[in-house]
Write a protein that binds this ligand. Structure first.
Ligand SMILES: [Zn+2]
Length: 172
């Protein structure tokens, strides 16, 4: 069964998306909002991108041992969908290692989508749960957090159907 990326949105929102989808307008909707894909393709580039965000907003939180793309992360978790690639604490020692893994599906996506995911994982350095202060922190780092999450879910939904609005772009 296909992943329902929009399961947690209102009937109204879901109906709107379905209508746009039936008219084939979702790729345009995404392209208009985000015309380009980012160029952050390597783990090194992703690390730099993540640390720059961390230094801007969470300088005092625990350091990051590793940041990488991971092609084993499916993003298909139903509940909140996007926390299967949460920052992982390795081992059970006092000195834990914080790692952030981002699905390789975000390698060729708009930068805003990547930023939204990185912000989500960075927020987990301070808040383990998806509670109110967690989302407040996400919105502090990225004011459009909720809108971007919605658009990312639309993007993933299309991708699962083999539709990529950014297909034609060269990676240069
Ligand atoms: Zn999460």
């Amino acid at each position: 069964m296909a992943t329902d990326y929009l399961a947690h949105y209102s009937e109204e929102v879901r109906a709107k998306v379905t209508a746009l989808h039936q008219q084939g307008l979702l790729p345009q909707f995404l392209l208009k909002r985000h015309p380009e894909v980012h160029q952050i393709r390597s783990d090194r580039a992703l690390y730099d991108f993540t640390v720059a965000l961390k230094n801007s907003y969470l300088k005092k939180s625990a350091p990051l041992a590793k940041v990488c793309f991971d092609d084993k992360i499916t993003l298909s978790h139903q509940a909140l969908g996007l926390h299967t690639y949460a920052a992982r604490r390795q081992g059970n020692k006092v000195k834990t290692k914080n790692e952030i893994r981002i699905s390789s599906r975000l390698k060729r996506a708009p930068e805003a989508f990547l930023r939204m995911l990185v912000v989500h994982e960075l927020a987990h350095l301070k808040e383990k749960d998806h509670n109110k202060s967690f989302y407040q922190l996400c919105c502090h780092m990225e004011p459009e957090y909720h809108q971007l999450e919605f658009e990312l879910r639309v993007y993933l939904m299309l991708a699962d159907e083999g539709i990529d609005p950014y297909q034609g772009e060269l990676s240069s």
